[in-house]
Write a protein that binds this ligand. Structure first.
Ligand code: BGC
Length: 735
């Protein structure tokens, strides 16, 4: 493979050097006419391509900078992937960067990238403008760094709350997740950067991700994970879809006829290209004929073997042309040919920080408040800040989503970013708490010894305990518990001081055995580079919390559809966070994951099983109170109109949610989120709000007809501030 690459690069360089074809500018290049459609332009290019050039456009150049020692071509930009362009025709290389929560691999290139809050955090804002801004930060920083494709866009649903990559995804509901990620994609592509959506599909756990065979009904898949993709693709129109590592119903996702050709390309009419996850390709003929368009990162299957298959007539030339067409039309459509990225600039770290902090401030969810928050600066003399390295920084998520911290890992500036090792960003909550509480003494304790932390807390008016959980690609959490001794720490501090507030910096939901002993709890997720500032602003009330949970918090694993992650085989604890997590372990035996819950997970599971969650989906407190009244549902327009009043003391934002229960013959015993609206209200103000229901959130997937269907009958409509607090109810006949 390396030899192939070296030859490929040599041929490429030779072609440039010898200048076989005339310089681009001297030839008429009709495909550069921006008034033609992307499809017309792609076809004009294809007519000029030799077979080798077509093949060159459907695979990557190897692991390159991701694996030390791998050869990299001279124009490589340092990202996770590159497809060599056709310079003689003015077609640039595709330069792909992982950019789930910020642009990856900055440190190696001495480049700065903004760390945004986790995607799960951003989803807690339910704010389409924040989602667009999220994509905008990614898009403009990719541009400034010379990339032209983002390979973020994770939208796998939180089927299992222990999934190690949940921080890269947008929660458990297909409408919320698909909509938020769709708007992130728009934000990226508005910068003339191609975007991606991943990991297609049902890559809902990391444990055994390269060997697990997901069993699920078509109905269950279409109404859950695939619905999130369907909406995300419809809204965002990404350039590519990344197929995942796992099998689905016996066939690898990257050679799965049903997923790729049937659903994605035929049913959804996706015009872009399907790119394999890195080393997720398993064949040539089968994969290509099932709908795979681009192999990443190398060429073992879609390089020479594809050329042979086409030459031998096993794969028709028109299929290869279709693959190339999909790549080129996506490039033209996003504008990467007409508006190539402009490197040799630096990203704007100030704008990045401002945007990241704004999104974080909308993301943080206030889970419990017995009146202690917002903290009253005037009344506090001594504050104890405890745990999670809050004196130096804030945790980020790992794996291919890892962004490098400016100045180095805040807990060890000498250590470069290393796969599987937690990285802290230098946004120390302690510093910003001190800035707010200027008149108070603020002391810090590391929390490593619960007894010592408790004695500091005892002598303080208020204790703020930070607790964190490191999560990363390639592993899942074995349980929902906070790792290490953090539960013990919180219990000890709370026993010493009843005025204890817990701030969680976690990738995933966690259990809270100490919930009744503490006075307040905030879920800050991984809040990004402005996390310390955002947390302090919410604690002290400069900002009123507005985030709502995009995922259910369970009281215990026993309440989940599956008590354990499939294939779970805990390994010894050896990471720095004190957690022990499960590894993907690619070499192990294949095993099935029977997702017999179908689409009934998260709040749909808890509601239909009548289980009480710790905190329900859609839940989050404010420093004010809202009252709902006067609902009217227009069945023709499928719109509910109602009034919300801010009945409390502060201007604030409420996320009003609309849920629907389908007619009884659907057999469903749960409600579905069908729409929402963020409403900004001054103290005492009220507004009339209209929420329109998303048709696909009202549909059932009919397996026999292989199509969406709408049931005629009585629908129950519910509106309120969380999936379990729905004061307004009505019944209407729809369809
Ligand atoms: C991950 C993808 C990522 C790719 C390139 C894979 O292991 O699953 O999400 O984009 O690596 O880094």
């Amino acid at each position: 493979m390396k030899l192939h690459l070296i030859i490929g690069v040599a041929v490429f360089l030779l072609a440039q050097a010898v200048g076989v074809p005339a310089p681009a500018a001297e030839q008429p290049q009709p495909w550069m006419n921006a008034s033609l459609t992307p499809d017309q332009r792609a076809d004009l290019v294809i007519a000029q391509l030799a077979l080798d050039e077509k093949i060159q456009l459907v695979h990557g150049i190897g692991w390159g900078p991701l694996r030390p020692g791998e050869p990299v071509p001279p124009d490589n930009n340092g990202g996770a992937g590159q497809i060599l362009g056709i310079a003689r025709l003015g077609i640039p290389s595709v330069q792909q960067a992982d950019s789930a929560v910020g642009v990856r691999s900055g440190a190696e290139q001495s480049r700065y990238a903004t760390l945004l809050p986790s995607v799960l955090g951003a989803a807690s804002s339910w704010d389409l403008a924040a989602a667009h801004l999220y994509g905008d930060v990614l898009g403009r920083e990719l541009r400034a760094q010379g990339y032209n494709q983002s390979i973020g866009g994770g939208v796998n649903l939180a089927r299992d709350p222990r999934n190690g990559r949940l921080f890269e995804y947008a929660g458990e509901d297909p409408l919320l997740a698909g909509t938020m990620v769709g708007h992130v994609i728009r934000g990226v592509q508005d910068n003339h950067i191609m975007s991606d959506i991943k990991h297609y599909a049902l890559n809902d756990q990391e444990t055994g991700r390269a060997v697990v065979d997901v069993q699920i009904s078509h109905k269950g898949a279409r109404e859950s994970d695939l619905l999130a993709f369907e909406l995300g693709i419809r809204i965002g129109q990404p350039a590519s879809v990344m197929c995942s590592y796992n099998k689905v119903l016996g066939s690898w996702a990257c050679e799965n006829e049903w997923l790729l050709n049937h659903v994605l390309k035929d049913a959804w009419k996706f015009p872009g290209f399907v790119v394999s996850d890195w080393d997720g390709t398993h064949s040539t003929d089968k994969a290509v004929m099932a709908g795979l368009d681009v192999q990443m990162p190398g060429e073992e299957f879609l390089g020479e073997p594809l050329k042979q298959a086409v030459s031998a007539g096993r794969i028709p030339m028109r299929r290869l042309d279709d693959m190339v067409h999909r790549v080129l039309r996506s490039m033209f459509s996003a504008g990467v040919v007409d508006h190539p990225p402009t490197p040799r600039r630096v990203v704007d770290p100030f704008k990045g920080l401002e945007d990241a902090q704004h999104i974080a401030e909308e993301s943080i969810v206030l889970l419990k408040n017995d009146g202690i928050l917002p903290l009253n600066v005037a009344a506090v003399r001594v504050i104890a800040v405890i745990g999670a390295h809050a004196d130096v920084g804030i945790l980020s998520g790992g794996g291919s989503a890892q962004v490098d911290a400016p100045g180095g890992n805040a807990i060890d500036l000498t250590r470069p970013t290393q796969w599987g090792k937690p990285v802290y960003f230098p946004s120390a909550p302690l510093r910003y708490i001190r800035e707010h509480a200027r008149g108070a003494q603020v002391h810090f304790d590391s929390g490593s010894d619960p007894a010592a932390a408790a004695s500091l807390a005892k002598a303080a008016d208020i204790a703020i305990v930070f607790a964190d959980q490191y999560m990363s690609e390639a592993g899942d959490a074995p349980t929902l518990s906070l790792p290490g001794r953090q539960n013990e720490l919180i219990a000890a501090v709370a026993a010493a001081n009843s005025r204890t507030v817990v701030v969680l910096i976690t990738g995933n939901p966690v259990t809270m055995p100490w919930i009744d002993q503490v006075a307040g709890v905030m879920e800050a997720w991984y809040p990004g580079v402005g996390g310390g500032q955002a947390i302090a602003n919410l604690l002290f009330g400069t900002i009123v919390p507005s985030g709502k949970l995009p995922i259910t918090f369970a009281k215990s694993e026993a309440d989940l559809p599956h008590r354990q992650i499939f294939g779970a085989a805990p390994r010894a604890a050896k990471d720095d966070s004190g957690g022990n997590w499960l590894e993907d372990n690619q070499k192990r035996q294949r095993f099935p994951a029977d997702y017999n819950e179908g689409a009934r997970f998260g709040y749909k599971w808890f509601d239909s099983e009548e289980k009480q969650p710790l905190f329900p989906f859609g839940y989050g407190l404010s420093y004010t109170t809202f009252t709902y009244s006067d609902m009217h549902v227009d069945p023709k327009a499928r719109t509910a109109t109602f009034t919300i009043a801010n009945s409390g003391p502060r201007s604030a934002t409420e996320i009003a949610q609309l849920y629907v229960a389908l007619p009884s013959r659907s057999g469903e015993r749960f409600r579905r989120l069908a729409g929402w609206q963020r409403v900004v209200l001054d103290a005492g103000e009220h507004k009339t709000v209209a929420v329109t229901m998303e048709p696909l959130a009202l549909a059932v997937f009919d397996e026999k007809k292989d199509a969406w269907e709408w049931l005629h009958g009585r629908y129950k409509v519910f509106v309120g501030g969380s999936s379990r607090s729905l004061p307004l109810q009505a019944e209407v006949t729809l369809y």
